[in-house]
Design a protein around this ligand. Sequence first.
Ligand code: NI
Ligand code: MN
Length: 225
Amino acid sequence: MKITFLGHASLQIQIGNKYLIVDPFISGNPKASHVDINGLKADYILVTHAHQDHILDVEAMAKRTGAVIISNFEIVSFYQEKNIEGHPMNHGGSWEFDFGRVKYVNAIHTSSFPDGSYGGQPGGFVIEGERKNIYIAGDTALTYDMKLIPLQTKLDLAILPIGDNFTMGIDDAIIASDFIECDKILGYHFDTFGYIEINHDEAKRKFFDKDKDLMLLEIGESIEL
Ligand code: NI
Ligand code: MN
């Protein structure tokens, strides 16, 4: 499994020969201007919720690649009306895709589309693929529901928002790491705009002091699991 950080909450995940894009917000992110958005491969686009900073490039990318959207029922329905293929899910449900198993899990946040229309309830994804298991939290507060995840899945990596203000900050992400029983964390949803700028050294040190590893990738950088 190869995970590439595309800035903000955008990721590309390669599992075997399949490519997943998560929450594409690239064309609107000046910090990601070096990412070749039209060169990105996508078989699936996973969308955690309907906010602009998670869906901006969904439609164009789906139309270019023919990727199938995986999200909650309301978001998938929104794109199906634009003749984009989707696989609707809802909280607590799992499905076996050709790259692995996906569960749509709770997030505490909101989920309106940019025009104000209803985007369902926000979520995150637990992905079990290629003998590696990851959790993509989406935009969320720290929540006790996170404790449910390790009852079923032993995580190899968790991708958690750490920018504070709109989501968890560093201190809550450390508690989340305990709840999900995963000490290897990739931080996202930070630094993109003023409200969510963080001190990288301080964030890493706080995790290190709890015997945890916080990775912060440069935009375009990848890790292999
Ligand atoms: Ni959001
Ligand atoms: Mn967001």
